[in-house]
Ligand binder design. Structure first.
Ligand code: ATP
Ligand code: PRP
Ligand code: NIO
Length: 501
């Protein structure tokens, strides 16, 4: 008889053990086998991870996911179980897909790449490498899919959270998304990213334990419905949880619910506790919140908060603010943790350069019919220019050839649009070392520090860039020397295509 222990059952039901190099697309492994077979595996290469289009038609994005990338890369090794599984995979003719020699090679592989990254919580723009991976071609290739998976999703959600939190104008945003998130792993990653983007807390207790995010919550309609009356429901909750009383008042009649909350609030006060607030979850949130505020204030509860939830996003919050809603805390779930109108960020991972047999770097370019999709060649760095505390422009430049001074930034899609950085700007390079030859360097920031960085970064962006709709386009592009080199490479590559056609 098969015997299950509880732990096995848990892993079976929730296989959240994604910390394995098999979190990849099969083609990475078949290419790896090809690199190994053809003797290219150890050739040094540089890849960049970047996105081409800002999410939510917004003016900026927030880099996120690096912490999980670091954890994944630290555990990057092929164990016995993984190798045994790969050995079972058949090729199209039914014979093993992978040679034993290749699997033995994978078994001895040790992560040895250099990784540079833009710190989490930094505001970032299209085409800027968020990560730069330099090392043996086979290794830099094998990590592509997992890195994209982690960074694309968390950058998307951190950006959404930043938009929601800016709309809430500094009032706390509680992330309520677990029940509607994209599976258990997606939910925990979303809670992490939402916190980076500015959320005050999460209802997701596992994310709280994993990442140290404050956990908060109210109660559900089921609590009220399980009693004969709403008053009895609030009274019983107050007895059980006197220090966590935010009553959900809209199960039957919202304003009557607020009066019941007040009645129990008075009882709590007599017993030395305080009514923390109420939550509205349906109806006209602007009108109801104003009425609820009046009732609470008149009853002597000016400090009781009014939490609102119900399919909120940054646009609804902005609208409710314009309507003068008396809401002080915003509960946001589905549209935050799923990205709402945008389900994914389209980040990509492209080869920038490869070292030839003479030890020289050969820049590489990927052509496209669409100018915006032609990749940037070289070993890239991002230089950010600041004037009087305001971010004024970002230049992607090639580290080998350097950044010209004074710096001119060419628009990524239209090289005739050039922005010269004004005199007096100070600059910093955004990509910083994370791994040196496979070894983690420096202290990793806490999630609280990352959140603080995000808040601080946003203060340096002009308000027009942060506008929810039709934001001003921040000047982020390619530095002139790199732009000219790219153009020359495009012409040369097109010539080669023409010559062979
Ligand atoms: N004053 C307002 N201005 C703009 N939108 C609002 C306002 N008040 C509520 N909304 C939004 O309108 C949508 C519909 O609200 P409504 O109360 O009809 O929700 P519902 O989903 O039908 O209610 P229930 O949750 O009880 O099913 C929600 O997304 C809600 O956040
Ligand atoms: O609307 P979202 O932004 O996704 O926020 C989360 C929603 O989840 C809950 O509703 P649900 O109907 O699941 O349970 P409830 O009985 O607690 O309201 C809560 O009341 C919110 O409305
Ligand atoms: O605590 C809450 O109020 C809560 C938690 C999850 C989803 N909706 C609301």
């Amino acid at each position: 008889m098969a015997v299950f222990n509880v732990f096995d059952l848990f892993l079976y039901t929730f296989p959240m053990t994604t910390n394995t190099p098999l979190l990849t697309d099969l083609y990475q492994l078949t290419m790896a086998a090809g690199y190994w077979k053809s003797g290219k595996a150890e050739q040094e290469a540089v890849f960049h991870l970047f996105f081409r289009k800002l999410p939510f038609a917004g003016g900026y994005a927030i880099a996120a996911g690096l912490g999980d990338v670091v954890r994944w890369l630290e555990g990057f090794r092929f164990g016995q179980e993984e190798l045994e599984y790969l050995a079972t995979l058949p090729g199209r003719d039914g014979r093993p897909l992978f040679e034993k020699g290749f699997l033995d090679y994978l078994g001895t592989m040790k992560w040895q790449c250099n990784v540079e990254a833009i710190p989490e919580g930094t505001v970032v723009f299209p085409h800027e490498p968020l990560l730069r991976i330099q090392g043996p071609l086979i290794q830099a290739q094998l990590v592509e899919t997992a890195l994209l998976n982690i960074v694309n999703f968390q950058t998307l959600i951190a950006t959404k959270a930043a938009r929601v939190c800016l709309a809430a104008q500094g009032e706390p945003v509680l992330e309520f998304g677990l029940r509607r998130a994209q599976g258990p792993d997606g939910a925990v990653m979303a809670s992490r990213a939402a916190f980076i983007g500015g959320c005050a807390s999460t209802s997701n207790v596992l994310a709280g334990m994993r990442h140290g995010i404050p956990v908060r919550g109210t109660h559900a309609h089921s609590w009220v419905m399980s009693f004969d009356t709403e008053l009895e429901a609030f009274a019983t909750y107050a007895e059980a949880m006197p220090n966590n009383c935010v009553f959900l008042v809209d199960t039957y009649d919202t304003l009557e619910g607020v009066r019941h909350a007040v009645e129990i609030g008075q009882r709590l006060r007599r017993e030395g506790h305080e009514l923390a607030g109420i939550r509205l979850d349906s109806g006209d949130l602007a009108w109801l919140s104003i009425e609820a505020r009046r009732i609470l204030d008149e009853a002597g509860f000016p400090k009781a908060t009014i939490v609102a939830s119900n399919d909120l996003d940054e646009h609804l919050i902005e609208s409710l603010k314009h309507q003068g809603a008396a809401i002080n805390v915003w509960g946001v779930g589905t549209k935050l943790v799923t990205g709402g109108e945008q389900a994914a960020l389209g980040g990509v991972y492209k080869l920038g350069a490869i070292r030839d047999e003479n030890g020289e770097w050969q820049p590489k370019i990927k052509l496209s019919e669409q100018a915006i999709k032609v990749s940037n060649p070289g070993i890239q760095q991002v230089r950010r220019f600041t004037l009087n505390g305001e971010f004024r422009g970002d230049a992607i430049y090639d580290e080998e050839s350097g950044c010209t001074v004074p710096t001119e930034i060419m628009h990524p899609a239209d090289p005739t649009r050039v922005k010269a950085m004004p005199e007096g700007t100070v600059h910093e390079d955004l990509l910083r070392p994370v791994f040196r030859q496979g070894v983690l360097v420096g202290e990793q920031p806490t999630l609280q520090e990352i959140q603080a960085r995000c808040q601080e970064q946003l203060t340096h962006l002009h308000a027009t860039v942060k506008r929810l709709q039709h934001p001003h386009e921040y000047p982020a592009g390619v530095e002139r020397t790199l732009a000219e080199r790219k153009l020359a490479m495009m012409v040369e590559a097109k010539g080669k295509v023409g010559a062979t056609a």
